[in-house]
Design a protein around this ligand. Structure first.
Ligand code: APR
Length: 312
């Protein structure tokens, strides 16, 4: 039987996720959005690209959730961007309502699905999906770490003029300014990153990685990044559908790992057909532990804000 992936939200990240996944020819796709005609139009256009690239993928756009029935994976990208005059709590309340509805509707039609969450604030929206759907933790995964690590890899490649394929970087922690690029674990073809460039250049890359999302928002002015976030989702979906046992950084529900409990946080996870197969625990030194704690405090504050605003 063919795999089926549903994507909720047909905006920039949702439709680009569909694009990357269609190119991989690993699942039929359904994309849902509330804007009338928009998902239908975009997905008809994408369907008509398939003969050109030679991929047999069925792609459907819809304003209703019935079309998502029997999905193996549900990707949630629906949400609002922060608008002028809107507080963080306003945004949190608005996106929490959207994510709750998307979760309730999709789990009804696809009770066995694995959920991949992209809407921000990421770690907290993944927490909300887990609680609303009452799913086992291995079936809810937030996308953030692959993106943050890919940004760091891209900056290292630009700095050193080597192939991105040789660069391995690991960024853990919450998807925010306090994220933790682990320079000690990162390497270029096996050579520790710290030996590949002077400390000031490495520090500049770490800082640029932390502010990677903001750099793009400042350039775009009317939206946020979507090519790299959606490519990251596509990699996660492929790892799950192909049962690859692939370890990537992603946001997972922690139950004591890294000393943290009852929260989503960016850690290395092994992905396979069941979703998260394993949370990998790195041996960290004191400064890395301290940095992760700072990041966790910040995620926990937003999680508490959610719990004060929404009954779950
Ligand atoms: N159901 C379905 N779709 C919805 C709903 C809803 N209740 N509410 C909003 N949407 C849709 C919007 O109509 C829009 O098409 O979500 C889409 C969001 O798309 P964009 O505004 O283009 O935003 P995008 O760049 O895709 O980012 C979405 O992902 O990376 C994160 O920070 C980003 O939280 C943001 C999310």
């Amino acid at each position: 039987m063919k795999n089926k992936v549903s994507i909720i939200g047909a905006g920039f990240t949702g439709s680009t996720t569909a694009h990357w996944l269609a190119e991989r020819e690993i699942a039929d796709l359904v994309v849902v959005d509330i804007i009338e005609g928009m998902p239908q139009g975009k997905m008809l256009d994408l369907q008509q690209a398939m003969p050109i690239i030679g991929k047999d993928v069925k792609i459907v756009g819809s304003n209703g959730y019935e079309a998502t029935a029997g999905s193996d994976i549900v990707v949630i990208t629906a949400g609002l961007p922060r608008k002028p005059g809107m507080s963080r709590d306003d945004l949190l309340t608005a996106n929490a309502a959207i994510i709750s509805k998307a979760t309730e509707e999709t789990i009804k039609y696809s009770p066995e699905a694995i959920f991949v969450i992209l809407t921000n604030p990421l770690d907290v929206m993944a927490y909300l999906t887990l609680k609303v759907a009452k799913l086992p933790p291995h079936r809810v995964i937030g996308q953030a770490g692959i993106l943050d690590s890919a940004r760091m890899r891209a900056f290292v490649a630009m700095e050193l003029g080597v192939s991105v394929e040789n660069i391995h970087c690991y960024v853990l922690g919450g998807h925010g300014d306090e994220m933790v690029p682990l320079t000690r674990h990162s390497n270029v073809a096996g050579v520790p990153l710290r030996e590949c460039m002077p400390p000031d250049r490495l520090e500049a890359i770490v800082n640029r990685t932390r502010k990677g999302g903001g750099e793009i928002v400042n350039l775009l002015k009317t939206g946020s990044a979507y090519y790299a976030p959606s490519a990251a989702v596509a990699q996660m979906v492929e790892a799950i559908l192909k049962d690859k046992h692939l370890t990537v950084p992603a946001s997972a529900y922690l139950q004591g790992e890294y000393g943290l409990k009852d929260m989503f946080f960016g850690v290395p996870v092994q992905l396979g057909r069941k979703g998260i197969e394993k949370i990998v625990e790195y041996k960290l030194d004191d400064s890395e532990k301290e940095a992760l704690k700072k990041s966790a405090d910040s995620v926990w504050q937003t999680t508490e804000a959610l719990l004060n605003l929404v009954k779950i």
